[in-house]
Write a new protein. Sequence first.
Length: 619
Amino acid sequence: MKKILYTLALAVTLWSCKTGSSSGAAKSNVVEVNINLVDVKDDKVLVTVTPPQIKTDEVIYSIPKTVPGTYSTDNYGKYSDSFKAFDAKGNALTVKRIDDNSWSISNAKSLKKVTYLVGDTFDTEKGTGFGNDDVFSPAGTNINAGINFMINTHGFVGYFQDKLEIPYKVTITHPETLWGATSMTDEDASKTSDVFTTSRYAVLVENPIMYSKPDYTTFNVNGMDILIAVYSPTGKFTAESITPDMKTMMTAQKNFLGKVNANKKYTVLLYLSSMAKDDAHGFGALEHPTATTVVLPESMPKEKLVETMKDVVSHEFFHIVTPLTIHSKEIQFFDYNAPKMSEHLWMYEGVTEYFANLFQINQGLIGEAEFYTRIADKIEQAKGLNDTMPFTVMSKNVLEQPYKDQYLNVYQKGALIGMCIDIIIREKSNGERGILDLMHKLSSEYGIEKPFNDDELFAKITQLTYPEVGEFLNKYVAGPTPIPYDFYLAKVGVTKATEKKPGPIFLKGQTPYIGVDKATKAINVRADIDLNVFFTNLNLKAGDIITAVNGKTYSLDNIYDLITESENWKENDPITLQIKRAGKEETIKGTVKLPYEETETFKATDASKEKLKNAWLKG
């Protein structure tokens, strides 16, 4: 999963993730579910469940507390109410709500039907960013009658105690104007009813469905059928408009992965939020074995949207390797209401994030300078987190404090752990192998249906690679010692450097130089921050209202356009601003002066290591 804190300042990427697998069961023993998307009342959807034969006097029906890959306690069951159980004659059975997520049903041997109403999570989001109690939107649900339904199945469908391993048959009735985008196959030819079957509950949970007016594209990449589906409330974006960039990226990813992935279908569901009070505010993505759900604000400019899509989808796609193929027993046998976490988030999230950056230089999508800048940024971000907390301990206890607050480090230090292991393997193999080769071997050793024991992984990796890799894992991943990144980068001839580069014009870190009057939507120059050279050169003053730049009018409605377009301004470009100062309109003409920042990066400085460096980046 990937979380994005999308503020006026920046799109700051945060992350998190998800898993699954499959197995068979007798067809006569099935959980049948009906989800009614036609008769929506009070913004709630009726779900009807027909159970398999129950042989106990009491049975518990549960909706997940946590789903794999989100690494948070979300209590999806609390969005369901009016839970009822009936026998074959329609008589009500006694039901007791145990907690937010579970109901106990008495006289369960006579149970023939369960019904309940599901409300959506998007309506409840406070939109306060990372670290709040909201359900992360890509893992959440949306009910917008006749327009859009985001069906993350774990939010609508639960399971009977001890019945997780039997097949599910899910029938969804929906308006004819809406189409369900999913990687599952609809077994009903009707235009108003879809039927999906899965071998067990875990497979159903890993298959989201998005219902909306049909807007999708399909293409094939190296034998994999890709479906891109988009919901854009105003029609600002279409699937067709983002598909070329997605195809370029996913083709590069498939080329990079090689034989490790054999998926036949992959679906990207993009939900664009209106940013209204009752709409999604948790931006980012959540991965599944054959799908990714993405939620972003529709107000994003196209260039930023496409860039962000590349960022989040590439990360989620690489989860095909881990944990979707390579994972521990804690993930294979996930307990949705009493979850036990694995020690190896450094691999599930960290290596995945490392691949999401490495493949881009490997496939020529970015250059060396950009790659080194990304590495330097991750080192800088990791400094702000607990660098002595053992990664395995944090991972095992990630649902609790103080470990929960360190989760973000899986995308910073976790990726850097992957980088260091990659460099060690390259050095010891004279450039012939790297961490991708290790993941190929682990995929062969384990796989979708064969999990590893948490406490045995380091020994297995050491056996498949070199003693130095095992020493690194035990000292820097299981231990409290900070990683000496300079030492490992020097092995490939890369050393620290500084560079001056243009900084954002309207932002200082996460603090904007401009504000917005919510009543009038006017953009103003803030008074509580020292202005940078862009503002002082044009003699802009605190309280000035910026109404237009280079002939284009701006307000709260398109402020992200202003920020994004400013990224393309060059030093000494002519610029014209219309402002209001003390109630009077003025025109300011001048040139752009960029605020330069000195930042740390890395450069290749040791020519004797060039062959090994090239093997690392291009091998």
